[in-house]
Design a protein around this ligand. Structure first.
Ligand SMILES: C[S@@+](CC[C@H](N)C(=O)[O-])C[C@H]1O[C@@H](n2cnc3c(N)ncnc32)[C@H](O)[C@@H]1O
Length: 244
């Protein structure tokens, strides 16, 4: 008999006070390494510096990607879509310096029920480090939903981790990653049971890059590119074609 699929633990992780507290406590260190990537995502958006526009950040967490966009465009407004009350509370605190420029809305990316607070025809949607929590079929549906919520000419960018089907590529990523972070190998070998559960949740639906770009194509995006990549981290995106 085939062994049953391991349970999807994503909600248990992201709606746990303890897990979220741990994630938040270690976030600054991770964010220091991502500053450039966050800035690049903001730089890719096609707006003038002082243009007023509203963008949506899916699976926004505490707003790390949102902050980069709000900093780059001083008249931008953010809608942060999240399903974790704990992450929403932490983010509301973390973004207190941007009061009046952001709102959180509740959205479970695993379903297609976008709340009415996300207006039709937004000029930009971003996501970071959350699409990998969705099964591939749902990633594909989500990209189509994003396309429909964008205005013609609107852009979507996603910053995320990917996996490779080629063990040689995976091993090469790991070798270089361990050289860049000498503590990573030891941390990997000595995970606590809880860290192991978080890791398993992290990789459960992580997908290779190529099918994700195919999902963007299937949804109708143009200008699709991997605008940045380093080892297993990528920043890809595309534009909903302008109306003819
Ligand atoms: C690794 S954190 C990334 C947060 C933020 N985007 C960032 O870049 O720092 C993953 C986020 O995705 C959210 N998330 C995971 N699954 C989700 C789902 N099904 N619907 C909405 N949010 C989800 C989690 O609550 C968490 O805030």
């Amino acid at each position: 008999m085939p062994s049953p699929e391991p349970a999807d633990t994503n909600e248990d992780v992201w709606k746990s006070d303890h897990m979220v507290a741990q994630w938040v406590a270690t976030a600054d260190e991770r964010e220091r390494r991502r500053e450039e990537h966050r800035r690049l995502m903001a730089d890719l958006l096609p707006f003038e510096h002082d243009e007023a526009f509203t963008f949506v950040d899916l699976g926004a967490g505490t707003g790390a990607a949102t902050k980069a966009v709000l900093d780059r465009f001083p008249r931008a407004q953010a809608i942060l879509a999240e399903y974790s009350p704990q992450m929403t509370a932490e983010g509301t605190r973390a973004l207190s310096g941007y009061r009046g420029r952001f709102t959180y809305v509740e959205l479970d990316l695993a379903c297609g029920d976008w709340p009415a607070e996300v207006p039709a025809g937004v000029p930009a949607v971003i996501s970071s480090l959350c699409v990998h929590h969705l099964p591939d079929e749902r990633k594909k549906e989500l990209f189509a939903e994003i396309w429909h919520h964008l205005a013609p000419g609107g852009w979507y960018f996603n910053y995320d981790a990917v996996r490779s089907d080629d063990p040689l590529v995976e091993a090469t990523w790991l070798r270089a990653g361990d050289r860049q972070d000498p503590e990573a190998a030891a941390a990997r070998q000595h995970r606590t049971a809880e860290e192991q559960r978080r890791y398993e949740n992290h990789v459960r639906y992580m997908a290779p890059l190529a099918p994700q770009l195919d999902f963007l194509r299937a949804a109708g995006f143009e200008g699709i590119d991997v605008y940045w990549k380093q080892l297993d981290y990528v920043l890809y995106g595309g534009r909903r074609p302008p109306a003819a």
